[in-house]
Design a protein around this ligand. Structure first.
Ligand SMILES: [Zn+2]
Length: 302
């Protein structure tokens, strides 16, 4: 039965790719949304990238119009943002217990499409290097299994999720949300709402340190409570971590949505997701210095 399902899914994917169902993002009017000036306290800020696992996938699965013959390297990672004496993680990548979580909660027919090569968890990397700062909290871009896998590795930390995402987590199950990762009563959830303060054209935001260095914005669409994170660093770099709004940078460069089957499987609201992508594209046109980091495109992780 499992084998038949895999064959059916594979054939459907190949057929859909051959048919090349278009996924053009409808452009919005070029906007004049400028990033605010680099805040002076960005002197306090730096960003570290943690690579926790890899996977390979045909390009066609990641972006509309991608090649079925070209395999690309993807990443599961986490970001550590440091602001003076404080630090926080943005997502966790794959954690210490990912194998048992995956075995317990990933539906069997999806296992061949979702497999990964495990590297070192964030916890292991922090333990191996005592000079690295310890995070005081974890902020989730969204609650999909490959972003939250490591939260139980840090039982002492508050886990920040938007109210909308927390409600979504209570309604959803595998393959999006893994009970093995989020159902422990010991997890210290800290729910929050964004306020109606515009940041670079995103109407709902939260300025984490009240100084413009690290700002959360709503990217509702991929999941109801998805957020993005702007970070301004001491080197003058301006990052925008966009979670899973796109999987592949080509989606932004070529104005393409995810491959339609992938989008059907993972985007809770495809229209809203594509509207967010159109907004990000317009923002980059107005602010070419902005470095966009999708959660899984390895090319953006340096
Ligand atoms: Zn996701």
């Amino acid at each position: 039965m499992k084998r038949i399902l895999i064959v059916v899914i594979t054939l459907t994917v190949i057929l859909a790719t051959v048919l090349n169902i278009p996924g053009d993002i409808k452009p919005i009017e070029p906007n004049e949304n400028k990033l605010p000036p680099l805040p002076t306290s960005s002197d306090l800020v730096n960003v570290r990238f943690f690579d926790t696992a890899h996977f390979q996938t045909p390009e066609a699965f990641t972006v509309a119009g991608g090649s079925i013959f070209k395999t690309i390297e993807m990443i599961h990672g986490a970001i550590l943002v440091t602001h003076g004496s404080d630090s926080f993680l943005f997502d966790t990548g794959l954690g210490e217990s990912v194998d048992s979580q995956f075995e317990q909660d990933m539906p069997a027919f999806l296992v061949p499409f979702m497999s990964y090569q495990k590297g070192k968890s964030v916890l292991a990397q922090l333990r191996a290097n005592s000079t690295l700062p310890k995070p005081s909290k974890i902020i989730l871009s969204h609650a999909h299994w490959d972003h939250v896998s490591g939260i139980m590795d840090f039982p002492e930390l508050d886990i920040w999720v938007t109210n909308a995402e927390r409600n979504y987590m209570k309604e959803e199950g595998p393959p999006a949300i893994f009970p093995s990762q989020v159902s422990s009563p010991d997890i210290k959830w800290r729910t929050y709402s964004l306020s109606a303060d515009d940041y670079a054209g995103f109407s709902d935001s939260l300025d984490i340190y009240d100084d413009g260095t690290a700002v959360l914005v709503s990217l509702s669409g991929h999941t109801p409570g998805s957020i993005g994170l702007f970070v301004n660093t001491r080197e003058g770099k301006r990052y925008f971590f966009i979670g899973d709004a796109v999987w592949n940078l080509d989606g932004l460069e070529k104005s393409r949505s995810k491959f339609w089957i992938s989008s059907f499987l993972v985007d809770q609201d495809k229209e809203k997701t594509n509207a967010i992508v159109a907004k990000i594209i317009a923002l980059v046109i107005s602010n070419p210095e902005l470095i966009i980091v999708p959660a899984h495109d390895r090319r953006a992780w340096k």
